[in-house]
Design a protein around this ligand. Structure first.
Ligand code: FES
Length: 165
């Protein structure tokens, strides 16, 4: 099977959705050891892990839906709600906070009209917070779709966001 991260995402409403989930399990394995890899591939393929996916994985692997949910919600990299087209991860650790992170966060919340964990009404951005991204020397920092943007200010923020349609 093609790498799910490089495939175009499909919707859970797609007629082949259940078949796709079954193929992922077939390729990846039915054991508990394979569960995280299965969930990651399902999230890559569909954008997030829905209740439909959890039920189908449970049927195919005999792992309870409750256990699958608890694994999915434990790992940040496994989204269980639909995300925006772009995912912003804002660094909320102290070194960024003291060099303008607090003002930047306020501007972000204002410009997107969301709080952390939410998706903007136009479906463009999901805002998440994270601890240190490892580039404190260019703080305050955020990443968008894993691209780091540093030395940001409330003023430069709009310019950066405009690059992500
Ligand atoms: S504290 Fe923000 S990147 Fe390290």
């Amino acid at each position: 099977m093609e790498n799910t991260a490089n495939q175009q995402k499909i919707s859970y409403d797609h007629p082949d959705a259940i078949g796709e989930i079954r193929n992922i399990i077939l390729d990846t394995g039915r054991s508990k050891d394979a569960l995280i890899a299965v969930l990651k591939k399902v999230a890559d393929r569909f954008g997030y892990i829905s209740n439909i996916a959890v039920q189908e994985i449970s049927r195919q692997t005999s792992i309870s839906a409750a256990e699958i949910f608890s694994v999915a919600t434990f790992y940040r990299m496994l989204p269980t709600t639909q995300r925006g087209r772009h995912v912003i991860e804002f660094c909320e650790s102290l070194p960024c906070h003291v060099v303008g992170g607090r003002e930047l966060y306020r501007a972000l919340v204002d410009q997107l009209g969301v709080q952390a964990g939410e998706t903007s009404a136009d479906g463009r951005f999901t805002l998440l917070t994270t601890s240190c991204l490892g580039v404190c020397e260019v703080g305050p920092v955020l990443s968008i779709d894993n691209n780091i943007h540093g030395n940001l200010s409330a003023e430069s923020l709009a310019e950066i966001l405009a690059k992500y349609g």
